[in-house]
Design a protein around this ligand. Sequence first.
Ligand SMILES: *Cc1c(COP(=O)(O)O)cnc(C)c1O
Length: 466
Amino acid sequence: MNYPLQHPIRNYDPVELRRLDVAHHLPAQADYGVIRDMGGSRIVTRAEGCSFWDIDGKEYLDGMAGLWCVGVGYGRTELAEVAYRQMLELPYYNTFFKTANVPAVELAAKLAGIIGGDLQHIFFNSSGSEAVDTMFRLVRYYWKLKGEPWRNIFIARRNGYHGSTVAGASLGGMSAMHAIGMLPVAGIEHVMQPYHFGEGFGEDVEAFCNRAVQDIEDRILAVGPHNVAAFVGEPIQGAGGVIIPPESYWPKVEALCRKYGILMVCDEVINGFGRTGTWFGHTTYGVKPDIITMAKQLSSGYAPISATAVSSEIVEVLREKGGDFVHGFTYSGHPVACAVALANLAIIEREGLVERTGTDTGPYLAQALKRLEGHPLVGEVRSKGLLGAVEIVAEPGTNKRFGGKEGKAGPIVRDACIENGLMVRGIRDSIVMCPPLIISHEQIDRMVDTIAKSLEDAWPKLKAIV
Ligand SMILES: *Cc1c(COP(=O)(O)O)cnc(C)c1O
């Protein structure tokens, strides 16, 4: 790996920056009262490899790869150079009205090759949410062109995450996101999530799996199979707390979709590009979706970009029966973002990061997490590839939560981890990790050991929860 020789040193004034943050900046997904009371956000200034530093000079091991995205790690000179060269050659041009650019076409062809099978057509945007919105509008348009406009209902899972736009937040099954205002929009049905630890504790895994799949079928029958446009789900739920479904869940969902002629959509925004140990979550589970959405590791976060890959059957209908697909964004197919994504995919391939996650670091993480298994605060550890979670419980051998309610213990343990120099997320009562794909064995050990130490540090506070 090649890091820049020297980081630009700037003379930051931490106190003033935090003051300005409170006075003028509204960060994403935050409680602005809390940020005001803590005197400003944590300000991150630089990063290298699997670590980043805040403005006070404190180093963190990045157990979250930024926000599930920095697969190739920080400090890749190569990606900066590609962006620089592309900006000089063609910094911007749109893809509206019969126009394309070189990196967009090349990236579409590259992705089609990686994905293989029938998903050979790619629509680019700047964020995962936009990839989901594109899918949402495209699916309804497709059924309309097919002469079945009544087929417009989407089925998604409770506690799924599909972004933060109106359509994305609606498809997602996060009640807190719905609660801030009149979501979900009409035409979306939420069904059971395949969360065995939370919703099937002690139940035979296969019986639980059948129950989750049956819930989908029941809903399909309740709204009328001919009215259902698509089933949408993340192969492994990420933001919902790294919910890893039973092995047979996705093949059974696929069979259900085929039975009723419903499109199957896999949201690969987190799962994609090696995260689960193969190129995509759907390849890990051996199913063939009609549409997939991608973002995050597509560019390792070095540039904002997302992609929606669509089957030839859908594109054929658009070509034969459609007029303009009146959808798209100013930055759809942005040449700099596409060039960066191409170079990022080249790194992933050259360094064998997908295979490494599948056969080396993924199994190593699973093994390391087992060290936490006997801990009295730990109800379950689970992982797939380099996605992992540790469930915090109030009583060993149960799924009982501190304070009798999910979501009280997680933030306390998470804060202890951050204090101890490890960035992880606390999703309800799970400590969740998604490190860069370049993480070493030594860093995996450090991550797990820091969680162990943080459980000890947090214990007194956990006991004080009523
Ligand atoms: C992050 C995420 C999104 C939204 O992506 P943004 O780039 O934040 O808009 C959509 N789907 C899944 C599965 C995600 O994890």
